[in-house]
Design a protein around this ligand. Structure first.
Ligand SMILES: Cc1cc2nc3c(=O)[nH]c(=O)nc-3n(C[C@H](O)[C@H](O)[C@H](O)COP(=O)(O)O)c2cc1C
Length: 384
């Protein structure tokens, strides 16, 4: 039986001290030019006992700027900014993967280069979803996603090259690996969803080989840059965040992708479940979208790499119970990491967890609710 504090050699390449992952979380603390800074280095350094950290999502290109203040990895200043972060995490003995994506239709012309339309798989807009961008008064606020323009086939092939450069930059910035964000209704997920991807070209939705082609080509680019064992992929099958339609072929897609990733020696598959508001956010009514044990068992049989499970874990018992199913290898914690930089130690010693304040999740460029959570004052006789 695997214990939450057992080590793992991820992908045969990255030694991990425990089975606890810090989940990717956008925190909007970048400096001018979407550049990572000392404050972010401090934040990630404080959380270095996770094994590994997955960063907040990073834009592969300027056309991916769907939300203000999210970091990029396509300029020299951004690359240097990330170097501050990776150096600090490594100084504390940690491991850090860069989560990289393209936002696709979840954008607005006010943030796009030359005010152009967001890039989409089709012209279908994310009708019920907001992005964080300058409103008509120029002030940053939540506004409805814009109407996308359908990418041409040659533009999609060109995007694979854009990702290759982002992966090379991540390597130069000192990361230990990269995670491709193919979930949560962003560009890769838009391609994978057979109900949204109604294209008729080689990246089109009808055949599973076609709708997964863009993701697989980008995975191949990542493995070319990083070698096997240092590339992960995050997916949120069944999720409907960002106005994603229910996909009748979701299981076929998931199993096909799992198989293809295994063939390319991808280190891990990171599966996330989502709690979606069903009506009024204020009433607290949520519907769960998750991968069932039965589907997970099929993924397990198909994909030889590690599986990370994320969503709703709040204590050691719950995480251990998930590992005990034998279906997953690592447990990712998101929100608990916000107020508990030493989450792993707290879980290990059964120390109480601090609560974060939702209103500071995305505070801009400030340490409040970000780097000001202390580690638990360990009793003198506690074992390391
Ligand atoms: C503030 C915040 C920001 C997030 N940003 C990202 C992100 O950049 N990339 C991503 O894949 N998921 C993101 N997520 C989702 C988390 O990684 C995770 O899947 C979700 O919070 C559920 O896990 P939890 O119950 O442990 O918090 C974010 C979640 C939160 C709370």
């Amino acid at each position: 039986m695997v214990d939450l504090f057992d080590p793992l050699l991820l992908g045969g390449a990255v030694p991990l001290k425990k089975r606890i992952v810090m989940a990717p979380m956008t925190r909007t603390r970048t400096s001018e030019g979407d550049v990572p800074n000392e404050l972010m280095a401090t934040y990630y350094g404080q959380r270095a006992s996770a094994g590994p950290i997955v960063t907040e999502v990073i834009n592969a290109a300027p056309s991916s700027r769907g939300y203000a203040l999210m970091p990029g990895i396509y300029t020299e200043a951004q690359r240097q900014g990330w170097r501050l972060v990776t150096d600090e995490v490594h100084r504390h003995g940690g491991t850090i993967f860069a989560q990289i994506f393209h936002v696709g239709r979840m954008a607005h012309p006010s943030l796009m280069p030359n005010g152009e339309a967001p890039w989409g798989v089709t012209e279908e807009r994310a009708e019920h979803s907001d992005v964080f961008a300058p409103g008509p008064d120029g002030k940053l606020s939540y506004i409805r996603a814009g109407t996308p323009r359908r990418l041409r086939t040659d533009e999609i092939s060109a995007l694979v090259g854009t990702f290759s450069r982002a992966f090379a930059n991540a390597r130069q910035a000192g990361f230990d690996g990269v995670e491709i964000h193919a979930g949560n209704g962003y560009l890769f997920d838009q391609f994978l969803n057979s109900a949204l991807n109604t294209r008729a070209d080689r990246y089109g939705g009808g055949r599973v080989e076609d709708r997964t082609r863009f993701l697989i080509e980008v995975v191949e680019a990542a493995v070319r840059e990083w070698g096997p064992g240092r590339v992960g992929v995050r997916m949120s099958p069944f999720g409907q965040f960002n106005s994603m339609p229910a996909d009748p072929l979701v299981e076929e897609t998931l199993l096909y992708v799992s198989d293809q990733l295994g063939r390319r020696e991808v280190a891990y598959l990171h599966l996330v479940y989502q709690l979606m508001p069903t009506g009024n956010m204020e009433t607290g009514e949520f519907k769960e979208h998750y991968v069932s044990h039965a589907v997970l068992a099929q993924v397990r049989a198909t994909f030889p790499g590690a599986i990370i499970w994320c969503g709703g874990f709040t204590d050691r018992e719950g995480a251990q119970a998930a590992l005990d199913t034998g279906l997953v290898d690592l447990i990712a914690f998101g929100r608990p990491y916000i107020a508990n930089p030493d989450l792993a130690e707290r879980l290990k010693h059964d120390w109480p967890l601090a609560e974060a304040d939702r209103s500071t999740y995305y505070t801009r460029r400030e340490e409040v609710g970000y780097t000001d959570f202390p580690a638990y004052p360990a009793p003198r006789n506690a074992a390391a």
